[in-house]
Design a protein. Structure first.
Ligand SMILES: NC(=O)c1ccc[n+]([C@@H]2O[C@H](COP(=O)([O-])OP(=O)(O)OC[C@H]3O[C@@H](n4cnc5c(N)ncnc54)[C@H](OP(=O)(O)O)[C@@H]3O)[C@@H](O)[C@H]2O)c1
Length: 266
């Protein structure tokens, strides 16, 4: 689907990859609906976008996507508006670095609610109007972590495995409806993600070198290009693309051996 003139809802637009989606779509979209918790950040972004593109309509919806009622309110607003949303970018997400045995249970819930539940409910809520219009695209932001179990990042990787699997299946269900589904699976990208994922006791050195990181601008440009071309999976950057090609061909038994190198005993 061409993104020119689209009416796009972007979750997690207050930072990182989501903010960059808003910036790159700013020159092409008719309307942008920006969702995240931090209202001041969304207001700043709206001012920036409207200064650059005065004809662009930018609506902000401060929402905590880990709250069922808040997601319901967002959906009630989003499904009632005209013209209908034809591009949904399910980007909001968070991680938690460290052993599962010592994870904060609240944090684990939040990760599952934002990364999987809100993404699924927004998709279910906005899809019927896209099908009725025979026009629409859903871009789910997953991760290269979705291709393999990752010790000390266990729940995050599992939530992203859900996103990639769900997106692939939904894409098949929607064949011939005019609604496209793509999934973005980046490797490391320099955003606020690692600072949010790090536990209080962890220092920055614990995260290791960032050798394969891809600039956020390229991640988003590749993702939008992939959406427009109805690509099933977008993995930005040659090294990550090649690496994930190998990982996806590798039997689980071999991945298990590899993961022993990284897993610290709980
Ligand atoms: N950065 C990476 O290395 C990387 C790699 C692969 C995949 N990803 C995925 O890319 C997506 C974007 O991450 P990022 O790197 O841009 O991280 P980021 O800079 O931390 O941004 C995360 C965004 O999600 C929003 N968010 C988090 N919890 C939320 C909640 N409860 N309700 C509403 N919004 C919430 C945040 O907004 P508020 O805090 O204002 O609510 C923020 O806008 C995530 O799905 C992540 O898993 C990131």
């Amino acid at each position: 689907m061409r993104t020119d003139g689209c009416n796009a809802l972007i979750t997690g637009a207050s930072a990182g990859i989501g903010r960059e989606f808003a910036r790159q779509l700013g020159g092409r979209a008719a309307t942008l609906m920006l969702v995240a918790r931090r209202q001041a950040r969304l207001e700043e972004l709206r001012a920036e976008l409207m200064e650059r593109q005065p004809q662009l309509r930018v609506e902000i919806r401060p929402t905590d996507l880990s709250q069922h009622e808040a997601v319901d309110e967002l959906l009630a607003w989003a499904t009632a508006r005209t013209p209908p949303i034809d591009l949904l970018i399910n980007n909001a997400g968070l991680g938690d670095l460290g052993a599962f045995a010592t994870a904060d249970p609240e944090r684990v819930d939040q990760m599952m609610l934002v990364n999987m539940v809100a993404l699924t409910r927004l998709t279910r809520g906005l899809l019927p109007a896209m099908i009725a219009q025979k026009r629409g695209a859903i871009l789910n932001v997953s991760s290269s972590a979705s291709f393999l179990p990752i010790p000390n990042f266990a729940v995050y990787a599992a939530t992203k495995a859900y996103v990639t699997s769900f997106s692939e299946a939904l894409r098949s269900e929607l064949r011939g409806t005019g609604v496209a589904v793509s999934v973005l699976c980046p490797g490391p990208v320099r955003t606020e993600f690692t600072a949010v994922a790090r536990r209080k006791s962890q220092d920055e050195a614990a995260l290791g070198p960032d050798l394969v990181s891809v600039p956020v601008e390229k991640v988003v440009a590749d993702a939008l290009h992939g959406t427009e071309r109805n690509q099933p999976i977008v993995i930005p950057g040659f090294v990550m693309k090649f690496g994930m090609f190998i990982v996806r061909l590798t039997p689980l038994a071999v991945l298990r051996l590899g993961s022993r190198l990284f897993a610290k005993p709980a």
